[in-house]
Structures are given as structure tokens and as C-alpha cells.
Design a protein around this ligand. Structure first.
Ligand code: IFM
Length: 459
């Protein structure tokens, strides 16, 4: 792709059908989200320790095409350019995650000054650009050294996580005032310990349930640490909220969908916000819960981070969890990677989430995966993503009209990036990344989203 191609893309002012202002509360926050392992690269640089994803990607057959996050978007070196892209987009906030093994290579003990310096540089660049940093402590890249000790199945991890949180809060709390403890705890535990699809690749019900409880404990500990060290910060966690649909009309599939719903939507949010485990899972969780745990978990948070993409599907299966993941039906509208496009389900989840937890909601991930490639002119015409974002932001405005207290919307993702088991084959970015050259090219959706932000600012 030549420089003139890039210029051509930069000159697009709005994608197909300019964005119109939405009826949203004053101060509504627009942002983009990313995560450390998916974009940073520099996997072994400047003293960084290995994470479970560094190890998992090396296991044959785990990741499409044998891809790894070794280089990813090379954001570790190119963060300034990426902050420049965000400034151009006009976002008010950026959610990123800290790579635990970059700042604590062995997960505990000796900190890595060079790793901490990187997040200093990133934070300062964001603040200088008028972009509020939202720091997420855990987006799945557990230090391998802690996995060697049992990872999330070891109850001691709640204390290790608290110590890691203290390091981060002390270092960045003077400038960062928005902290999320975990991103999608359901995915990292269910896929990582229950189904074996994600790192560390375990498929055992008992591992999943113990990991889930320890994640919840770690969340509660981290909230306390942040409150003590950064009293003017606001804190929350980021949960998936997706309707779970039975794959068929059979009563067995209906039961399976109920269990998936408990594991996916409630196993973390309920204990953290309501101090109880979902009744369907209470017995499974019981062996791990000690006296006083529920109070340690249910620390007061300030907001509910919600990620939503599309409905998910379940069918009956006996082992190990009583349900199996089912493919989405192929009828109806789908994104390029086959996820159903159902904006009304997003509106319903926003309303239900606000009602159930009574907290202000920030949508911290929503977006569409595709197989974008530049056309002959070097332009990435991702009209499908624009349609998706337009429909989902309209659904959000509907939910607000219906009474949901939604205060922000962050697109997943700023950049195309390492999409876990799918490697680099799925692209979620508003910005195309040409991985061999690391050239960034804003897609048509970038300009559309910039237009939406600008239209809402002036409205
Ligand atoms: O890329 C992921 C992200 O890490 C967590 N939420 C869903 C995204 C798209 O699959």
C-alpha cells in the first residue's frame, strides 16, 4: 500500500450515510478499547515475563495459522501513533489493559521498571491528547509463573492480584482515575478452564468453578486496594451480557441455555454486585466458598462495564458443564465472521443490566469482526461494520430513552489485532493494520465513528 493510498483514506470524511446525532445524556463518553496481549507485541522485550498466552500460542493447533501475539500491532513501540489516531477519531476515553507480566515478570515480587515506564509514556500521551485513560487490570494475560502455581485455581491468587493492583494503583493513580478490575471474567475462565479453548487450555468443571471463585475474590480485593490508594478513582468490572438462546426447541436445550446464562452472564456480576451466586451454580461453587468470602467479593463498585456483540447459543451436553456451545443459526443478518446482528437484543440487555444491578452502565466493547482488505485503491470500505455500529448505537439510544442509565460507548476495537484463537484472521478494528509493514490505515468506519462523535458533540 503506498503513501498516497493512505492519504486517500485519510481524506474520507464520512463513510456511507453520514452519522446523525443521537439522543443521549450530556457528557456521554465515546471511546475505543484494546487489550495488552492483542496489540502490544514486544513479548520478550525490556524484561517482560511470559504470559499464559505466550505459552499457549506455542502449542501446536491452538491458534489459527499458528499466529502469536509476539509482535501483534507493535503498539509497545507505536503507541504514540496510535494515540494520534485516537485524537483524530475524537474519542474522549481509551480503555487499555496492563500486561501483568510486563510490570511484574514473575507475577509477584520484583517489579519491572521498564514495563511500568511504558504505561507511564502511554498515560502521559493520552492525557496530553485530552483522552481519559481507562485502565483494566486483567485482560487474560496471566503471568506464566503464576499459572505454574495453579493460576486462577489457586486461592492465593487473590492476594497476588491485590499486590499487583497496589503496584499499578500507586504508580498511575495520580493520573488515572478509572480502573476496571477484569475484562470478561466469563471468557477467560469458561474458555480457559472449562472448555480448553483459551489459555491455559484446561477443560475441567472443577477448575472452571474454582477459577471463577478466585477471580471474584481477586476482584473484591482489588476494589479495596484501589479505594485505599486512589480515593478519587471510580472502579468497576467489565462483564459480558449476551442473551443465551437454546439451539433447538427441546427442553434439554432450554436447560442448557439456562446454565450457559448462569456461567456467562451472572457468575461474576451477581456475586460482585448482589453478593450471591446464581442459584443454578450455588452447589458447584460451594466447595470453594469460605466464610466471609461473599462480603469480600461484593465490594461497592461505581459502574457496570458491559460488553455485548450478539446472542450466544447452547445445546445440551452432559460433560463437563451440562451445556455445549452451539453455532449461531445462519439465517438472518450476520457479521462477516458469522455473529448474528441483533441490535434489539443489545437494547434489551442494556435495559435488563441497568434494572438488575442498578448501576450506571458503560458499554466498554461492541463492534463487528470482518475480513477487511483494502480495495484496488487501497481503501477499506467496511460498510458492513458501519451498518452494525449505526444499528447498535441507535439501539443504545433506544435503551436510554427506555430508562437505562448508559453513560458511555466504546468500540472494540481501535486497531485490527490478535483475535485469540482466530489469530489475525478476524479483524475488529476501525483502523486496518497491515501486519507485515505495521502501516495503519483508517477504515471507512473510522471516519463514520469520528463523524458520530463530532455530530453528538455539536448536538
Ligand atoms: O477480542 C475480543 C476481546 O478480547 C474480548 N471481547 C470480545 C472481543 C472480540 O471477540
Amino acid at each position: 500500500m503506498s503513501a498516497s493510498d493512505v492519504d486517500r483514506v485519510e481524506n474520507i470524511t464520512c463513510g456511507p450515510g453520514a452519522a446523525a446525532p443521537l439522543d443521549l445524556p450530556p457528557g456521554f463518553l465515546w471511546g475505543v478499547s484494546t487489550s495488552s496481549y492483542q496489540i502490544e507485541g514486544a513479548a520478550r522485550e525490556d524484561g517482560k515475563g511470559a504470559s499464559i498466552w505466550d505459552e499457549f500460542c506455542r502449542q501446536k493447533g491452538r491458534i489459527a495459522n499458528g499466529d502469536t501475539g509476539d509482535v501483534a500491532c507493535d503498539h509497545y513501540h507505536r503507541y504514540a501513533e496510535d494515540v494520534g489516531l485516537m485524537r483524530r477519531l475524537g474519542v474522549g476515553a481509551y480503555r487499555f489493559s496492563v500486561a501483568w507480566p510486563r510490570v511484574l515478570p514473575a507475577g509477584r515480587g520484583q517489579a519491572n521498571p521498564a514495563g511500568l515506564d511504558f504505561y507511564d509514556r502511554l498515560t502521559d500521551a493520552l492525557l496530553q491528547s485530552g483522552i481519559e485513560p481507562w485502565l483494566c487490570l486483567y485482560h487474560w494475560d496471566l503471568p506464566q509463573a503464576l499459572d505454574d502455581l495453579g493460576g486462577w485455581t489457586n486461592r492465593d491468587i487473590a492476594g497476588w492480584f491485590a499486590d499487583y493492583t497496589a503496584l499499578v494503583a500507586r504508580r498511575f493513580g495520580d493520573r488515572i482515575k478509572r480502573f476496571a478490575t477484569f475484562n470478561e471474567p466469563s471468557v477467560c475462565t469458561l474458555f480457559g478452564y472449562g472448555m480448553g479453548w483459551n489459555a491455559p487450555g484446561i477443560a475441567r468443571a472443577v477448575s472452571f468453578f474454582s477459577a471463577a471463585h478466585h477471580v471474584n475474590l481477586a476482584h473484591g480485593e482489588a476494589v479495596d486496594v484501589i479505594r485505599a490508594l486512589v480515593p478519587d478513582a471510580t472502579v468497576g468490572a467489565v462483564h459480558n451480557r449476551q442473551i443465551c438462546v437454546p439451539a433447538t426447541d427441546s427442553p434439554e436445550d432450554a436447560v442448557a441455555a439456562g446454565i450457559l446464562d448462569a456461567c456467562w452472564n451472572r457468575l461474576y456480576a451477581d456475586p460482585q454486585c448482589l453478593a450471591e451466586y446464581p442459584p443454578e451454580l450455588a452447589e458447584a461453587m460451594q466447595p470453594f466458598v469460605r466464610a466471609g468470602d461473599m462480603a469480600r467479593i461484593a465490594r461497592k463498585v461505581d459502574w457496570f462495564g458491559m460488553n455485548h456483540y450478539s446472542p450466544i447459543y447452547a445445546r445440551a451436553a452432559s460433560e463437563p458443564l451440562g451445556f455445549a456451545w452451539a453455532d449461531a443459526p445462519r439465517d438472518g443478518k450476520l457479521t462477516e465472521i458469522g455473529w448474528r446482528i441483533e441490535p434489539h437484543a443489545f437494547r434489551d440487555e442494556l435495559l435488563a443490566t441497568h434494572r438488575r444491578y442498578g448501576l450506571p452502565v458503560y458499554v466498554l466493547e461492541n463492534g463487528a469482526g470482518g475480513h477487511d482488505e483494502p480495495n484496488a485503491a487501497g481503501v477499506i470500505e467496511d460498510g458492513g461494520r458501519i451498518d452494525y455500529l449505526r444499528a447498535y448505537t441507535a439501539a443504545l439510544a433506544d435503551a436510554v430513552r427506555g430508562g437505562a442509565d448508559v453513560r458511555g460507548y466504546f468500540v472494540w476495537s481501535l486497531l485490527d489485532n490478535f483475535e485469540w484463537g482466530a489469530g489475525y484472521a478476524s479483524r475488529f478494528g476501525l483502523v486496518y493494520v497491515d501486519y507485515p509493514t505495521q502501516l495503519r490505515v483508517p477504515k471507512a468506519s473510522f471516519d463514520w465513528f469520528a463523524g458520530l462523535i463530532a455530530a453528538n458533540r455539536s448536538a
